[in-house]
Design a protein around this ligand. Structure first.
Ligand code: PAF
Length: 293
């Protein structure tokens, strides 16, 4: 696997691949990789001739007081995981490489979409995500780019940005990968200490409960959200940031649970702010256990 720290090295290698007529896939990451990232790499390897992953903890998507410095990092382990899953090149730039002194140009969606859900507590987050993903697209010029459905609002925003700016990249969303007990894989799971790890199961239990109620015929969003919130609130180590039902494309709140509605949550467990979600109409189970165990 090629390790590239400069934009020039990535461009030269991708140009060579493109001259040979090869299709290039990109898996953008912030590192501290897990099986969820590995599944994105495998999806790219299956659909593209060459796969590039980026490992970059992007400062512009962290607000003041957030976990930029604390964000876990282990580049050596990341390289081993990427290589084992068939990645051809990893782009690992420094912050100075990505953001030259005087950097002042951002990409931002000017609708309410990035202000909803995570945007309420992280007001500059999606501007930073759109900016760095645009830069990565400009550097790597991928044919396809792969993102996880766990960050459902991010995925919807990247789809919108790509469409609005006519970016020649196909965006592929990949299913949430979970621990055996249902907890969605996340680099931030590393923050969970002692009993918090068990408490964090409450997110996937709430997802399982929501899916079960929808299967049973619940169509009223507020009734569903109330049941899910009650389950989460019964866990003393958990604190809800939001639990909402929104249109899966626009992120506008909905009252009725029709197919394609995204039911999404952010919940603090200790210092970790964890995400989970499901889409109405998609009954992929979170784990073998049910919501009530
Ligand atoms: O999902 C992430 O890890 C990040 O938000 C991304 C897309 C790599 C941009 O920094």
């Amino acid at each position: 696997m090629i390790v590239a720290e400069s934009i020039e090295k990535v461009r030269a290698q991708v140009a060579e691949w493109k001259r040979a007529g090869l299709r290039v896939g990109l898996v953008p990451t912030m590192g501290y990789l897990h099986e969820g990232h590995a599944s994105l790499v495998r999806a790219s390897v299956a659909r593209c001739d060459r796969t590039v992953a980026s490992v970059f903890v992007n400062p512009t998507q962290f607000g003041p007081g957030e976990d930029l410095e604390a964000y876990p990092r282990d580049f050596e382990r990341d390289c081993a995981l990427l290589e084992a899953n068939g990645c051809d090149m990893v782009f690992h730039p420094s912050p100075e490489t990505m953001y030259a002194p005087g950097f002042a140009t951002y990409v931002e969606i000017l609708s309410d979409m990035p202000k909803r859900l995570c945007g309420k507590t992280r007001p500059i987050h999606f501007r930073g995500v759109c900016t760095v993903v645009t830069k990565l697209f400009n550097i790597v010029t991928p044919d396809m780019a792969f993102f996880g459905q766990k960050d459902a609002q991010q995925l919807a925003i990247i789809r919108r940005m790509t469409r609005d700016l006519s970016m020649p990249v196909e965006i592929v969303g990949c299913p949430i990968v979970r621990e055996p007990d249902g907890l969605a894989k996340s680099s931030r799971n590393a923050y969970l200490k002692g009993p918090e790890r068990t408490a964090a199961r409450v997110l996937s239990r709430a997802v399982a409960l929501g899916q079960q109620r929808v299967r049973e015929g619940e169509r009223d969003a507020s009734a569903l959200l109330a049941a899910m919130k009650a389950l989460i609130e019964a866990e003393p180590l958990a604190r809800i940031d939001y639990v909402e039902a929104v249109d899966g494309v626009t992120m506008e709140p909905v009252t009725e649970l029709t197919d394609g509605v995204l039911v999404a949550m952010a919940v603090y467990v200790g210092t970790a702010r964890l995400l989970d979600n499901f889409t109405v109409g998609d009954n992929t189970p979170v784990c073998a256990q049910d919501a009530s165990d």
